[in-house]
Design a protein around this ligand. Structure first.
Ligand SMILES: Cc1cc2nc3c(=O)[nH]c(=O)nc-3n(C[C@H](O)[C@H](O)[C@H](O)COP(=O)(O)O)c2cc1C
Length: 226
């Protein structure tokens, strides 16, 4: 069993990275070898719409034709039994790097083919027939009670749904109200109550870490059964 973890945060040892490390530990405890990639270490772009993966007789079946630093990461994802991604929310969306990764991870296995030509209701032809369990971990400043009000569930759901459509299973984990800096007293920030943030860090974040661990373990166990 192999599990790949993809960090879409520029920070390699903060909230998203810590949750991914726990997910990796869970995956290992379920019997997987794990490999983690930090997207901000790599030089790459999103999908360029070259359509090479959609050409007749293409040699890029379910593979992205673009060649850059993401190419070996995508290859590892293709070989992996489970893929767990993580991203902070930046201005109400996943980071740009995460989004670029997701385009390249999803589009090559998507098709513009329906089972019966011209009949959308006949169902889409799938390139990936099995189940590669996937997970997405989101971290954000937003407290849980506000997330619905600002529309985050609707904004994020297509990431989960499209990944599930193409890889058979995708679940997400939301980590709210994260501790953004190591020492709030050094920053010109008064929007958040530091004491409340610390309480969240001490009481909720360990639960989030446990949920990430459980996700890693569960997805690898699911892959083993698939
Ligand atoms: C450029 C930028 C934009 C952000 N925008 C949002 C936002 O729209 N909503 C939110 O809840 N948090 C926002 N945040 C906070 C981060 O999502 C939060 O601190 C996250 O946990 C950071 O992840 P990391 O610790 O793994 O880097 C933003 C942070 C930065 C740096």
């Amino acid at each position: 069993m192999k599990a790949v973890l993809v960090n879409g945060s520029p920070r390699k040892n903060m909230n998203t990275a810590k949750l991914l490390a726990e997910a990796a530990r869970g995956a290992q405890d379920a019997g997987a070898d794990t490999e983690t990639f930090n997207l901000y270490d790599l030089s790459f772009t999103g999908c360029k719409g070259c359509m090479a993966c959609k050409m007749k007789d293409t040699r890029f079946v379910a593979r992205c034709a673009l060649k850059d630093d993401l190419t070996p990461v995508l290859e590892k994802c293709a070989e992996a039994d489970a893929v767990i991604m993580g991203t902070p929310i930046y201005f109400s969306y996943p980071t740009g790097e995460f989004r670029s990764f997701l385009e390249r991870f999803l589009f090559p296995v998507d098709t513009y083919l329906v089972k019966e030509a011209g009949n959308w209701e006949s169902g889409r032809v799938k390139l990936f027939e099995g189940v590669k369990p996937c997970g997405i971990i989101y971290t954000m400043n937003c407290p849980e009670f506000l997330a619905g009000e600002v529309g985050y569930p609707q904004l994020m759901e297509p990431n989960r749904a499209e990944t599930e459509r193409l890889y058979g299973h995708c679940e997400d984990l939301w980590c709210y109200d994260t501790y953004q800096v190591k020492d709030y007293s050094r920053y010109d920030i008064n929007m958040f109550d530091e004491a409340a943030k610390r309480k969240q860090l001490e009481e909720q974040f360990p639960k989030d870490l446990q949920a990430a661990y459980d996700m890693g373990r569960r997805l690898v166990a699911m892959a083993a059964e698939a």
